[in-house]
Ligand binder design. Structure first.
Ligand code: NZQ
Ligand code: ZN
Length: 384
């Protein structure tokens, strides 16, 4: 096992009715900016519950944060927060709003041009405190310190992270997910699945409990993913999905093990260029990535085949192929297309994707740093 430091300061308030607990966890004298996206939190009653829980506190709202939140929109929120002298932020929705709120929190305390936090990976030392009310199990943003922000005008989508941008708390009430459309449930399952894979499917370092945790989370997703689509109001299924997605990316399974993240970086470029949902890009890239790198990942692919998919018959090569196919079939069973052509994208965009990847310095990706531009190009080509 590799050396690690593990510290996660986010308090989780889990279960039906927990939005009321905001009253105990938002400072009494706070001036709160509630951040959200489109209309979902109004129509499903979540915003009303949040406002009731905040009671007498001074609160303001900033809506319109898009999926794949943009710098342009977030800087409007920064201006509003300054104008209203806000000292606490409350993100209500999924990863995009939580990520966006992390950026707003950091930008409010940042000396200089906030886009440098993304473009130059400028260090964030301080941020306005914030919490979240999660309505979409997927990204793990509710219990981690990272965010991914897009700059629409430049066609960029870039990640950042800081110790200062962990949420103080996150409310996880599974009933808030009942109103999710099937596409977003499917996206959430695929995103969480790929988060686990990117921390598990590398090379063995005898990290037994991390491996077993990861395999348990993956098997759970294969069981509850289709159920979550079929039974939208099944509380237990939604509760399991919500907690699985959080555990997939809160640092626990990634402690002490090598990590990959090449699939995510190649996927971000597809979103930036073509506007696909984050999870759709992962469903496209991952099977191709595993195929291209099957030799480097051989030992873990065999373990994955056996422990996640129960594949024990055949030669090693056959078992690896079967595991990659099972992964693709699972994504497709969730109704998420796994090839660029499923989204009417052809190979002609690969040149632009490659140019952006290189512009962003994504030239030595993966657990060995050996995902060079040549390897990435082969992955994109195989994904057509
Ligand atoms: O805008 P509204 O009307 O609210 O609708 C939203 C939005 O259109 C809808 N939605 C959310 N909760 C709902 C609901 N509709 C009905 N009922 C509900 N309860 O879902 C749509 C998508 O929301 P979004 O927040 O964009 O989704 P998600 O949570 O999948 O976030 C994706 C973003 O997170 C980033 C991705 O890159 C992407 O930008 N990621 C963040 C990570 C992190 N912070 O650690 C890691 C991930 O790998 C990922 O990169
Ligand atoms: Zn992701």
């Amino acid at each position: 096992m590799q050396n690690f430091t593990f510290h996660n300061p986010t308090r989780i308030l889990f279960g039906e009715g927990q939005i009321k607990a905001l009253d105990a966890h938002v400072p009494c004298e706070a001036r709160v900016l509630i951040t959200f996206g489109g209309g979902s939190i109004k129509s499903n009653g979540v915003l009303a519950q949040v406002q009731a829980a905040l009671g007498h506190r001074a609160w303001f709202v900033f809506g319109g944060i898009e999926p794949n939140p943009t710098y342009e929109t977030l800087m409007e929120a920064v201006a509003l927060a300054r104008d209203k002298k806000v000292d606490f932020l409350l993100a209500v929705r999924g990863g995009s709003v939580i990520d966006g709120t992390k950026f707003i929190a950091a930008a409010l305390k940042f000396d200089g041009e906030p886009w440098d936090i993304l473009a130059k990976q400028a260090e964030v030392h301080d941020a306005v405190p914030f919490g979240s009310v999660l309505t979409l199990p997927a990204t793990g943003a509710e219990m981690n310190s990272g965010g991914v922000i897009s700059y629409r005008a430049r066609g960029d989508k870039l990640p950042f992270r800081s110790e200062a941008t962990y949420p103080r708390f996150s409310v996880l009430d599974p009933t808030t997910t009942y109103s999710l459309p099937p596409r977003q449930i499917a996206n959430g399952v695929v995103d969480a699945f790929v988060h686990i894979v990117e921390q598990y499917l590398t090379y063995p370092v005898d990290a037994r409990v991390q491996d077993r945790f990861a395999e348990g989370l993956l098997v759970t997703l294969t069981e509850i993913g289709p159920q979550a689509l079929a039974e939208p109001h099944n509380y237990d299924v939604r509760a399991n999905l919500m907690w699985t997605a959080t555990l997939a990316l809160n640092g626990l399974i990634g402690a002490g093990v090598p990590q990959d993240w090449a699939t995510h970086m190649l996927g971000h470029e597809i979103t930036a260029l073509h506007g696909l949902d984050h999870a759709q890009t992962l469903a496209i890239v991952l099977p191709a990535m595993l195929s291209v790198r099957r030799e480097q990942k051989r030992a873990k692919l065999l373990q994955y085949a056996e422990r996640v998919w129960g594949i024990v018959q055949g030669t090693e090569a056959e078992r690896i192929t079967a595991a990659i196919t099972a992964t693709r079939v699972f994504f497709e069973r969730m109704s998420v297309g796994t090839r660029l052509r499923d989204y009417q994208i052809g190979g002609s965009s690969i040149g632009t994707l490659m140019a952006k990847l290189e512009e962003h310095g994504m030239t030595a990706l993966g657990e060995h740093g050996d995902v060079t531009p040549e390897v990435s190009r082969r992955v994109y080509q195989l994904a057509v």
